[in-house]
Write a protein that binds this ligand. Structure first.
Ligand code: FRU
Length: 485
């Protein structure tokens, strides 16, 4: 029997089993067992709350609970009791993803109830939307009137079973929820529902649909205003690759456009990946007291083995929080200012000639931030090798002729290898990187956040070296390192 209490007890009694080896120092991870999507990301009563898709009983996906953590700065987190368990007849096979909103001082969670309806759990299911409410931001009561949107409220013409991940937002005193779905014929789409009280909901319309190249089902939509524009972030499933982009099984994309709420239509011109690395999915955003729009993604990818699933008793982590900034027709993603409070042991070097050499930078670590600026000069290729020892290395490089930045983890350790590439333009011949390494993760912010690449790596504990190299003439204009703890 799945209850919150059973989950909490199970975690408390087993936590000692957690293997520290790849546990992250400054990212939110599953407390125990499995974590996927960020849920209910909200600033409430002076703290950031993050909930997450959670199966505490094993480090694999299972009947979903909502794990819960709070933070004052989005870097260091404190776990709270499990917020939701699949304990009702309308959510008995899982409390799937959803969002949070404050109303009259109370915290409301809106989430998807998942029900298996036949022998094939991959095909036979239905989904509905529910509300749980809290006075203290810790203990949640599911409404007696759940589901607030039943599967019978899905109009015809849309999938009658993929109907999930409500993200609630308010405009002019009315609540809206965007939901991910598809048309049953291979195109993902987003549905919009409206409510004045969060309890009684009516269908408004379909606001966006795949152009045929954007996957067969859309998950985890998030729609928000930024700088006078509307931004839709969502995670298309099985989106075919486009050049270097969308090379993971499921992807995440953003569109800047205009939401016409009366017409229930979202118009956009183009879409871009939110992250160009290996491990980033189902992100969610919130706006905080300072008006910052902040995004956090699940720092994993579906349907691949995670090394900590074997013998480590946990799997799944969130990315660093990233501030979303509108610049012209694009979004920039930047690490939060708060990260700087965790910098220790500053090291700085400048004007290092890298021409045709591989240089040991003389510093090392597995939990650190780097700020590096390269002057490309005539170099064919230049970059960094991180977490180096013996044959192990994780390579971040730039190929000047192609104008491509690469993240290669073929020799990173155990776990999956592979390479992701993305086009990056030099600025006056310079490439600026901010890199965060945390035990089993690497996040690279390129050219002030124009592109971000995220990946999990599982090197040996002794793989701590930091090297820089170039083929051809190249200068490292500046190199800064801080330990992060
Ligand atoms: C996305 C997702 C959501 C769903 C949840 C289930 O990663 O598939 O669509 O609500 O995970 O855990």
């Amino acid at each position: 029997m799945y209850t919150r209490e059973n989950a909490d007890t199970f975690i408390a009694e087993r936590k000692y089993l957690l293997k520290e080896e790849y546990r992250l120092a400054y990212h939110l991870m599953s407390e125990f067992g499995w974590m996927n999507d960020p849920n209910g990301f909200v600033y409430y009563n002076g703290e950031y709350h993050m909930f997450y898709q959670h199966y505490p009983y094993q480090p694999v996906w299972g009947p979903m609970h909502w794990g819960h953590a709070v933070s004052h700065d989005l870097i260091k987190w404190k776990y709270l009791p499990v917020a939701l368990a699949p304990d009702q007849d309308y959510d008995r096979d899982g409390c799937f993803s959803g969002s949070a909103v404050e109303r009259d001082g109370k915290l409301y969670l809106m989430y998807t109830g998942h029900l298996i309806t036949g022998p094939n759990r991959e095909l036979d299911y239905s989904q509905n939307q529910n509300i749980a409410v809290s006075d203290d931001g810790i203990h949640f009561e599911k409404l007696a009137s759940n589901p607030v949107i039943g599967s019978d409220q899905i109009p015809s013409g849309f999938s009658q079973k993929d109907f999930r991940d409500p993200k609630v937002f308010e405009r002019d005193g009315v609540y809206y929820a965007v939901l991910g779905s598809n048309d049953g014929r291979g195109s993902g789409l987003i549905l919009l529902y409206r409510s004045t009280d969060l309890v009684s909901w009516s269908f408004s319309g379909e606001i966006a649909r795949s152009d045929g190249k954007l996957g067969d089902n859309w998950e985890c939509p998030d729609l928000f205003e930024l700088g006078g524009r509307d931004v839709l972030v969502m995670s298309p499933q099985r989106m075919p690759a486009q050049g270097d982009d969308y090379r993971n099984l499921h992807s995440t994309t953003y569109m800047i456009g205009h939401l016409d709420i009366k017409q229930s239509s979202f118009q956009y011109d183009r879409y871009e990946p939110v992250d160009c690395g290996f491990d980033f999915y189902a992100p969610q955003t919130t706006v905080d007291e300072r008006g910052r729009r902040i995004i956090i993604g699940w720092m994993e990818a579906w349907e691949q083995e995670i090394p900590t699933q074997l013998g480590h008793y946990w799997a799944g982590a969130m990315t660093l929080p990233r501030e979303v900034i509108l610049q012209g027709e694009s979004l920039l993603f930047k690490p939060l200012e708060e990260m700087k409070n965790y910098r220790k042991n500053a090291y700085e070097a400048s004007d290092i000639n890298l021409s045709d050499i591989v240089k040991d930078m003389g510093v090392s670590g597995d939990c650190y931030e780097l700020e590096v600026v390269f002057q490309a000069d005539q170099a064919k290729e230049f970059g960094l090798k991180l977490r180096v020892h013996g044959e192990e290395e994780t390579v971040l490089s730039y190929q000047q002729a192609e104008g491509k930045f690469r993240f290669n983890r073929d020799k990173s350790g155990i776990g999956l290898g592979g390479e992701r590439r993305t086009s990056v333009e030099l600025k006056d011949g310079l490439l600026a990187l901010r890199i965060f390494v945390d035990k089993s993760s690497v996040e690279v912010f390129i050219q002030g956040g124009e592109k971000v690449m995220t990946g999990r790596i599982y090197p040996g504990a002794e793989s701590l070296g930091i090297f820089a190299y170039a083929e051809g003439a190249c200068t490292m204009v500046s190199f800064k390192k801080w330990d992060i703890s």
